[in-house]
Design a protein around this ligand. Structure first.
Ligand code: ADP
Ligand code: MG
Length: 234
């Protein structure tokens, strides 16, 4: 299907840590109801990109727009206008049930049925399960469910499949591919597993040393010699 209008537009985003240019004038565009893959070697700046878009790095320079309006201010403010994100590290508070955790993440009123259906959609354990019984990979999916039920405009996922056994990546990819249509959200996905990226993403942006190495429709980007070279580690 044709890609929709840009929902999230980033222009000239730069972040320095001391002498390191973690991001150097990065442009990205995430289109309505699509999944944008952000890939690149370790240290390329992928997590920094999500941190800057979500307001965790006040020193970031450049423009970030959501639905044509500047996306500025604290992470909480950005969340209020439709931006949600996950973190690369597991941040699940202990001693909650799956249900309580979904509600905690979503921060809005939800019916038990909405929660049950979304958990089932993502292959998560049932609502009453204590989180302490749930392994780390599935806990991160429960967090994703909470964010989706907040009905954001955009969801930024920082390696959401990292804790999942590899054999579960295919099922996760199939579900993630259906997320934009089902939840009315556009997704930015940081992911190492290129098979997963290939199965889910409409467009891809490749970062390397804080710069955009390539960007565009997935087939085009994955066939780009410069991208192949960066991935072969030459
Ligand atoms: P990726 O997620 O692609 O692996 P990161 O965005 O985590 O990469 O890191 C990009 C670069 O910025 C790396 O060189 C990393 O060491 C550096 N960096 C990230 N966060 C910090 C920080 N808080 N302080 C200093 N340097 C950082
Ligand atoms: Mg990272």
């Amino acid at each position: 299907p044709p890609l929709g209008e840009p929902v999230l537009v980033v222009r000239g985003l730069s972040v320095r840590f001391g002498h390191v240019d973690a991001l150097a004038s990065v442009d990205i565009s995430l289109r309505e109801h699509s999944v944008l893959g952000v890939i690149g070697p370790n240290g390329a700046g992928k997590s920094t990109l999500v941190d800057a878009i979500s307001g965790f790095l006040p020193q970031a320079q450049g423009e970030v727009e959501l639905d044509g309006r500047p996306l500025t201010g604290s992470p909480t403010r950005r969340a209020r206008v439709g931006m949600r994100r996950t973190f690369q590290q597991d941040r699940v508070p202990p001693r909650l049930t799956v249900d309580a955790y979904v509600r905690f993440v979503a921060r809005r009123r939800l019916t038990s049925q909405e929660i049950a259906e979304a958990l089932e959609f993502f292959g998560c354990p049932p609502a009453r399960t204590p989180l302490s019984w749930v392994d780390v990979g599935a806990r991160r999916l429960v967090e994703v469910v909470g964010h989706l039920l907040a009905r954001p405009r955009i969801l930024l996922l920082d390696e959401p499949a990292a804790g999942l056994p590899h054999e579960e990546h295919v099922a996760f990819g199939e579900r993630l591919r259906r997320v934009p249509a089902r939840f009315g959200v556009s997704v930015l996905l940081i992911e190492h597993d290129l098979d997963l990226v290939r199965s889910v993403c409409d467009t891809i942006t490749v970062l390397d040393f804080g710069r955009v190495l390539a960007s565009g429709p997935q087939a085009e980007v994955l066939a780009n010699p410069a991208v192949l070279k960066a991935y072969m580690g030459e």
